[in-house]
Ligand binder design. Structure first.
Ligand code: GLA
Length: 745
């Protein structure tokens, strides 16, 4: 009977290759975690997320399997997708739902009932669970996806929403994740990243007190990872350390406006909501159309925050980043070395410089495009006109790419396709493509003339696609695009969207952007892309599906970068973290730091340069050339290894982190002194992690100038001893630093 039911259910999903029906219980397993599902009546509940469990019966028995709450305060069911209106025991309603719908007839509640569940075929090492849900009254459907990635202990989750109601519905909220957990712990602590331009990724962490809902939101619809980044770590119980404590981590793969909220409700229920922000009004969804929310990735660690980072990094390299396993080239980007002030000779001189340094790619930043009165010689004009400024570069970009090629370098270029200046041919011809509110004066950003283009409009997207396509084909062998976006929604209105659809801008802008990126990606799968938005404002896993890496900050001061990169590394991997050596004093902070310190900091990410090499002294050049050789040898460990944070710059006047290769045969340890007196805050032996207890490692100092920074450099020592006793190190004065290579013998 059971088998017949299963066969019938499978036949119903014949459209899905390899679909298998799921009945009342399901354990979604990864290497060390379980998400346990249980169908109670007509509702799918998530009864457990965390440590690995082998039997559904155990999860059901141990879970708080009733409704959460009590009849006095009201109940909430731990549904897999908590929606506004859905009641629990039919005695109360839920006003906190992650999906809030105004149906075509004006009814504001939704009640989702289980229709069917199945697993569908996916990549090897991935289990993909699909839950079909339908409103109990309306032809309103939600398909909920959970994709469990075995190796990295990550679950990707999102929903698809569609309906056949007689008219459009309004989506007031449309989260990717709307989970309610019963009593898990008596305290919760939320860690996230905050900051602003040139000070991104500052760590912030605080308890979510009983009775509080803590929410984080993006400030904007474009630079949506500024201010706050759409990612979090939540300690379940006492505040987790790097190596101990239960933690749920999450990140929303979305480059538009977003919200994340954590609710610590009565009787200690925990609710997690993650999703796109619909701005100041609901999203209008027409009948027959499907809206897929961006995916949220969740991960769990019983061993502290460090493992959360390693899980996300591994998942990103394996499943999300473009070419996550490709070793990233050492490049020189022209911005800080030339700004707008260059000609062909400046650029070919820079190429000579990066070649001599041992770099592998040269990238022309802003300033190469637009013609005549709109020529981009400063930031006041030209955005939108993606044609060569032939007065500045008469031989053309193809010739520059050839110059790079003759030097054995790859060639890349900067663009800012989401934006225009009102001083451009594009806006002269198509003022309707600019985001604006029809009755208000146009607010303009950088240079007094910058505006955002209307990515909801297919005609605009076609134009930009056409311009990008023509540009790319005009540069044979183009290897890299730096995609920038230097403004927010200054005027949140669209002439393309109807009056009653204006709030759709907040979602449809980003959906349109992804459509454009997807088309370019499909046609040019081998061109690398950097996600940039005034620094790290496109540092999100939505954009990073199309990009290989992100610009970590316009602040390139190595001292500030210790903190900025420390924060970014909590969620985003080193292979994607562009870190460039720049001049001293630094252009942004005017702080002076030694060249060695600048290298030691940049080498913990994707090393590059942002200076004019011709201005380097022979001694600096010699140091740099050696460092690049060493970086190339170490980069498989740095870019593809596991990150361990050893000493936080937020706790001491020095910081340390290390990377370990998968097979634990190699490791690289970084140590950074910050503002220190000669003997202040003397480093304790570095508490190394991740090494193989049974292996013996040769310790060699890299980027060494005169002094040894460890009395054991040059020695071969046991993994157990290094882990157990730590690596003894010494720092002297401000901005002293060290890098150690550990190789198993
Ligand atoms: C932004 C980027 C910089 C640079 C400039 C060019 O600020 O973050 O790296 O590309 O734009 O205008």
């Amino acid at each position: 009977m059971r088998r017949m039911m299963m066969l019938a259910a499978m036949a119903a999903w014949a459209g899905w290759a390899g679909a298998a029906a799921v009945e009342n219980d399901f354990l979604l397993q990864t290497k060390s975690t379980t998400m346990a599902f249980h169908k109670s009546g007509d509702t799918w509940l998530l009864v457990h997320y965390g440590a690995k469990i082998e039997k559904s019966g155990d999860a059901n028995a141990l879970a708080w399997n009733g409704w959460v709450g009590n009849s006095f305060f009201g109940h909430r069911k731990p549904a897999t997708y908590s929606v506004y209106g859905s009641d629990n025991d039919r005695s109360t309603m839920n006003k906190f739902g992650g999906l809030a719908v105004i149906h075509a007839d004006g009814v504001t509640s939704t009640e989702l009932v289980a229709q069917g569940a199945k697993t569908v075929e996916d990549k090897a090492g991935v289990t993909h669970l699909v839950l079909e849900l339908k409103d109990s009254v309306y032809p309103f459907f939600v398909t909920q996806h959970f994709r469990a990635v075995e190796a990295s202990d990550v679950v990707e989750t999102w929903v698809e929403i569609r309906h056949d109601e007689p008219a459009a519905v309004k989506l007031v909220r449309m989260d990717s994740v709307a989970l309610v957990f019963p009593l898990l712990a008596k305290e919760y602590h939320l860690l996230s990243l905050t900051g602003q331009w040139a000070s991104e990724n500052q760590l912030t962490e605080a308890p979510v007190a009983l009775g509080q809902t803590v929410s984080m939101t993006s400030r904007s619809g474009v630079r949506s990872a500024f201010g706050n980044n759409p990612a979090f770590m939540l300690s379940v119980g006492p505040q987790a350390s790097e190596t101990a404590g239960r933690v749920i981590g999450g990140a929303l793969a979305w480059s538009g406006a977003w919200t994340i909220s954590i609710q610590h409700d009565f009787i200690d229920a925990l609710a997690i909501n993650v999703g796109p922000d619909t701005g100041n009004g609901p999203y209008t969804l027409d009948a027959g159309k499907t809206l897929a929310t961006p995916k949220t990735v969740l991960t769990y660690s019983a061993e502290g925050k460090g493992q959360i980072s390693r899980n996300l990094h591994r998942w990103a390299r394996d499943h999300q980043l473009r070419d996550g396993h490709m070793l990233r080239p050492v490049l020189l980007n022209s911005w800080e070395g030339a700004y707008f002030d260059f000609n062909e000779k400046t650029l070919t001189d820079m190429m000579d410089g990066v070649k001599e340094l041992g770099g592998e790619m040269f990238v022309v930043d802003d300033g190469w495009f637009a013609k005549g009165k709109y020529a981009r010689d400063d930031d006041k004009r030209g955005l939108g006109d993606w044609v060569l400024n032939d007065a500045k570069l008469p031989k053309g970009l193809g010739a520059l790419a050839d110059e790079a090629k003759t030097r054995g370098l790859k060639f890349g270029i900067w663009v800012e396709p989401e934006m225009a200046n009102t001083t451009s041919e594009l806006v002269d011809k198509h003022p309707e493509w600019v985001l604006r509110e029809k009755t208000r004066p146009l607010r303009q950003g950088r240079g007094g003339t910058q505006v955002v283009l209307d990515m909801t409009n297919p005609a605009l997207r076609d134009n930009i696609y056409g311009q990008m396509d023509a540009l790319i084909t005009s540069i044979p062998g183009l290897a890299y695009i730096k995609w920038d976006a230097n403004a927010d929604f200054m005027n949140a209105g669209s002439t393309y969207l109807a009056a009653d659809r204006q709030p759709n801008l907040w979602f449809d802008y980003t959906a349109g952007l992804y459509d454009l990126l997807g088309r370019l990606h499909a046609k040019y799968p081998d061109i690398m892309m950097k996600a940039c938005s005034s620094g790290a404002a496109h540092m999100d896993y939505g954009f990073l599906h199309f990009a290989d890496e992100f610009w970590t900050s316009d602040d390139t001061d190595a001292r500030q970068r210790v903190f900025i990169q420390w924060g970014a590394g909590h969620f985003y991997p080193a292979c994607a973290m562009a870190a460039h050596v720049t001049v001293s004093p630094n252009e942004q902070t005017h702080r002076s730091t030694p060249l060695k310190f600048r290298f030691d900091v940049a080498m913990s990410g994707r090393l590059g340069f942002e200076l004019h090499p011709k201005n380097m002294t022979p001694e600096d050049l010699a140091f740099a050339k050696k460092a690049v050789v060493d970086y190339k040898r170490l980069r498989p460990v740095i870019q593809q290894g596991d990150l361990y944070r050893l000493v936080s710059p937020w706790d001491h006047s020095y910081a340390s982190l290390m990377y370990v290769s998968d097979d634990k045969s190699k490791a690289v340890v970084f140590l950074y002194g910050l503002n220190r007196g000669i003997m202040s805050d003397f480093p304790a032996p570095l508490p190394l992690q991740g090494l193989d207890l049974g292996k013996r490692y040769r310790v060699t100092e890299i980027n060494k100038e005169k002094r040894d920074h460890s009395r054991v450099s040059g020695q071969t020592l046991g993994g157990a001893a290094l882990l157990g006793m730590g690596l003894p190190v010494k720092l002297v004065g401000d901005y002293d630093s060290a890098v150690f290579e550990l190789v198993a013998e």
